[in-house]
Design a protein around this ligand. Structure first.
Ligand SMILES: Cc1cc2nc3c(=O)[nH]c(=O)nc-3n(C[C@H](O)[C@H](O)[C@H](O)COP(=O)(O)OP(=O)(O)OC[C@H]3O[C@@H](n4cnc5c(N)ncnc54)[C@H](O)[C@@H]3O)c2cc1C
Ligand code: SF4
Length: 546
């Protein structure tokens, strides 16, 4: 029998085999008053892409694991598919986390069991080979070869059922772009996603009501429970305890007002790129290189909305189902970005009658995204006092540099060309001063001197604020993701990823977390993981911009 794992559309459709643990091993921090003491082998802070994976692999390796998560557990049947109801509950700061800089950028972060994977689009790319090569060359991450990571990638892809979106679920929003991309002779394909039994209901980023999106909260976390791990929800890790250079545990504040003390010889910090630096800083850790909280890349994104004569019905189909990588060598990736009407109402330009008129044409509107592999870098403030105030919000500073601004202009021009070739009548641009293009004419966009401050941006992929690297004077964690100079404290989230990837990051974060877990188990990741039958093509020359 072939060891190949089917990753074609049959696997994407197949809804069978969802894992149900015997028990949900959850303790709610809302019930926790007074002092509570626990002792485990490993305390994992955060249950997102990094934390959930480490917790499951370590628990299955026989270690006693506690996961501390600030957000709550969500049963699939509580997802209403209504953005206005779900966003304030599933996203930190009701989805309004933002950067300070030019331009200000909205950077939504998930806050729940499953972390940001609960609200992500499910798109899966392996780390491009050229990015790994750069990390080996510039960051001393010599062991991070494609061959060495292969078992980790396979293990993650099998856990998430990574498979390709079938054409009939991709939706017309993708179909018009695919048609035009092929007519122009450009490179593009249907995306690979972490889904099983997807019905194309179009609300992945507001909680998948079909339980099809294979986020960490319904894949890795339940498997960690089955192996004995416990999750404390509604608890915020305040400090990592270290004595004589060795991890001793974590102190956390519970939503019910109590304090949770978890004694552990190993602590894995996976609070995400924006919150891990603060936790390390509050604990007096990771500051030696002066790099903690720096080196923030965000993979900034924007979108064009297009009006067609034909119905597009954006709310039907997988919202992020197709990509165009023709310009990946220039750091530009185009990805689908459809959304239901109440989401679109919030992002469409204009006000009053102008806005209503656009919304009346919702069925005829399409939307596609432009993402730039950024060379700009920002900071998350890590000075302990910055995190001690009542608001407890880290200060994120990031300004787009001239090179990345030019890349956005190039990406918008390319997407406009695709939309005109697809038969769009009118384009709505994310640009102050040039809100619309009409009649197939991109001239005004080409002639525009685009300034960073004129762009409307969002960012979904922050990375790099506790970067990995061999040199303790240039990196926060070492090649095995242990905080330089501190035994037993590791980082397993986006913050350890040293540079922008040019692709969506969840598979990279999960593969690195898998590698860390097996390192802590003092074992090699299993070499007998079934190989996928197909893989997403690496974006064309993503290398060039790594
Ligand atoms: C709308 C959206 C769509 C996206 N789509 C994709 C996609 O299609 N493909 C892709 O690859 N990536 C996508 N991403 C990004 C991807 O989901 C993230 O890069 C990834 O989840 C980050 O993993 P992480 O472990 O670093 O952090 P997270 O997954 O964010 O997990 C961190 C967790 O730590 C918790 N936490 C923070 N501080 C504390 C504390 N002090 N104590 C206890 N808990 C704490 C948080 O509540 C959170 O649950 C998307 C992101 C967004 C916002
Ligand atoms: S399209 Fe619908 S069913 Fe498919 S993963 Fe997204 S929310 Fe779930």
């Amino acid at each position: 029998m072939s060891a190949l794992r089917d990753t074609g559309e049959a696997a994407y459709h197949d809804g069978t085999g969802t894992f149900h643990p015997a028990a949900h091993r959850i303790e709610s921090g809302h019930e926790l008053r007074g002092e509570r003491r626990e002792r485990v082998d490993v305390c994992v802070v955060g249950s997102g892409a990094g934390g959930a994976v480490v917790a499951k692999e370590l628990a299955e390796g026989g270690l006693r694991v506690a996961i501390l998560e600030e957000g709550e557990w969500w049963d699939t049947d509580r997802f209403t598919a209504r953005p206005a109801e779900m966003i304030p509950q599933l996203y930190r700061d009701a989805g309004q986390t933002a950067t300070i800089g030019t331009p200000p950028i909205i950077m939504p972060l998930g806050q729940a069991v499953g972390g940001t994977t609960l609200v992500n689009s499910g798109t899966c790319f392996r780390t491009p080979g050229a990015v790994l090569a750069r990390w080996r060359r510039e960051d001393g991450l010599e062991d991070l070869t494609e061959a060495a990571l292969e078992p980790c990638f396979r293990r993650v892809e099998r856990a998430l059922n990574v498979s390709q979106v079938p054409a009939e679920l991709a939706g017309r929003n993708a179909d018009v772009v695919r048609r035009a991309t092929e007519a122009l002779g450009w490179s593009g394909d249907f995306l690979y996603r972490s889904a099983k039994g997807c019905v194309g209901s179009g609300v992945c980023t507001f909680g998948c009501p079909a339980g099809a999106k294979q986020h960490a909260g319904i894949t890795y976390v339940p498997r960690a429970w089955e192996a004995g791990a416990v999750t404390f929800t509604g608890v915020r890790a305040e400090r990592v305890l270290v004595e004589r250079g060795r991890a001793r545990g974590v102190v956390a504040r519970a939503a019910g007002g109590g304090t949770l003390h978890v004694a552990a010889e190993h602590v894995v910090v996976a609070a995400g790129t924006i919150h891990t630096p603060g936790l390390l800083a509050r604990s007096g850790l990771g500051g030696g290189s002066g790099r903690l909280g720096r080196n923030l890349s965000v993979h900034p994104a924007t979108a064009i909305r297009a009006r067609f004569d034909e119905p597009i019905d954006m709310a039907r189909g997988v919202p992020q189902s197709y990509y165009v990588d023709e310009f990946a060598g220039e750091g530009i990736l185009l990805e689908g970005a459809a959304g239901p009407p109440d989401y679109l109402a919030a992002v469409l330009p204009g006000m009053g009658p102008e806005h209503s008129e656009l919304m009346e044409r919702y069925r005829f509107l399409g939307q596609f995204g432009v993402m730039v592999s950024d060379t700009s870098r920002g900071t998350v403030r890590t000075r302990a006092q910055r995190f001690g105030g009542a608001a407890r919000r880290p200060e994120i500073r990031y300004s787009l540099n001239a090179l990345d601004t030019t890349r956005f202009k190039r990406g918008l021009e390319a997407l406009a060309e695709i939309y005109w070739a697809a038969g769009a009548r009118e384009l709505y641009l994310p640009l102050r001063g040039l809100p619309r293009l009409r009649d197939g004419d991109s001239g005004p966009l080409r002639r525009l001197h685009l300034r960073a401050r004129d762009l409307e941006l969002m960012a979904f992929h922050p990375l790099g604020t506790a970067r990995a690297g061999a040199d303790p004077s240039a990196a926060v964690v070492d090649p095995d993701l242990q905080v330089h100079g501190v035994r037993g404290v590791h980082v397993a989230d986006g913050s350890a990823v040293p540079s922008a990837l040019g692709v969506n990051p969840q598979i990279t974060i999960m593969a690195l977390a898998t590698r860390l877990a097996f390192h802590l188990r003092e074992e090699s990741p299993p070499a007998d993981e079934p190989a996928p039958a197909h893989l997403p093509r690496p974006p064309v020359a993503a290398a060039a911009v790594a």
